[in-house]
Design a protein around this ligand. Structure first.
Ligand SMILES: O=C(O)[C@H](O)[C@@H](O)[C@H](O)[C@H](O)COP(=O)(O)O
Length: 239
């Protein structure tokens, strides 16, 4: 039988961000419970940025044994947790509250001066986690980046290389704001469930272009997530 040339991409559309947040939180909670039932613990990777706030608040109240859940980020800006752009700061403020306050959070930042200097220590920390992920939730920027796979990123090709073996890489790009650290694409695809959470019409259109490889869409880094053959993608979208 011929292999499909890419995985299924299923879109779940909602009327508003609150309905989306409830549905996505229910779906992720279900995955975490299944992971705990199967192997006594669960591993979740979430995105930063501004989109996940309502989803985080909803998920933080999910009834499950959070003490058995490890939470990390798909990528991080190389800034201390006290910085307003820290993804860890947002995860702590909005997700690791209520029932989820007993989850184990594994940050991707160290106080090394650069991600290049800190990545080895973060890799050691991450290597102790119980892979595969039970769920990975990606976001997407209006330049077509996901995780820290930025257009023009200095390690972009390496990060997207499905034959690569690195779990994490430093990343620098003009559009990134600050130096970053990111899980690589093959590391993120080592998951039981892959979700892409986007909001707004421009991102819906951008995703459609990336999927079809239309115009600039063929060069958007998110396209690598849509044309891989390892894990189906569930897109959660609202206007
Ligand atoms: O650290 C980050 O910037 C994120 O992990 C990144 O990949 C994010 O998901 C997109 O940039 C979307 O960000 P918004 O939700 O703010 O649009």
């Amino acid at each position: 039988m011929a292999m499909p040339d890419h995985v299924d991409v299923t879109t779940h559309s909602f009327t508003d961000c609150h309905a989306l947040a409830r549905a996505l939180a229910d779906r992720i909670a279900e995955r975490l419970r299944a992971g705990i039932a199967a192997r006594g613990q669960a591993l979740l990777a979430v995105s930063g940025g501004s989109t996940p706030v309502h989803f985080f608040r909803q998920l933080s109240r999910a009834e499950l044994d959070w003490s058995k859940v490890h939470v990390t980020l798909v990528d991080e800006r190389w800034v201390p947790e006290s910085h307003e752009r820290s993804n860890a700061r947002m995860v702590k403020a909005d997700l690791l509250q209520h029932a989820a306050s007993s989850a184990h959070f594994v940050p991707l930042y160290t106080d090394a001066p650069t991600p290049e200097a800190g990545v080895a220590a973060v890799r050691a920390r991450i290597a102790a986690l119980p892979f595969p992920f039970d769920a990975v939730i990606l976001g997407m920027g209006t330049d077509g980046h996901t995780a820290s796979f930025f257009p023009g990123g200095d390690r972009l090709a390496e990060a997207l290389d499905l034959a690569g073996t690195a779990l994490l890489l430093p990343m620098r790009a003009a559009g990134a704001g600050e130096p970053r650290i990111t899980f690589t694409l093959p590391a993120l695809l080592d998951t039981q469930g892959l979700f892409l959470h986007i909001e707004g019409e421009p991102k819906r259109q951008l995703l459609a272009d990336a999927r079809l490889g239309l115009g600039a869409g063929k060069d958007y880094p998110i396209r690598s997530v849509l044309i891989q053959t390892r894990v189906p993608v569930a897109v959660y979208w609202c206007p």
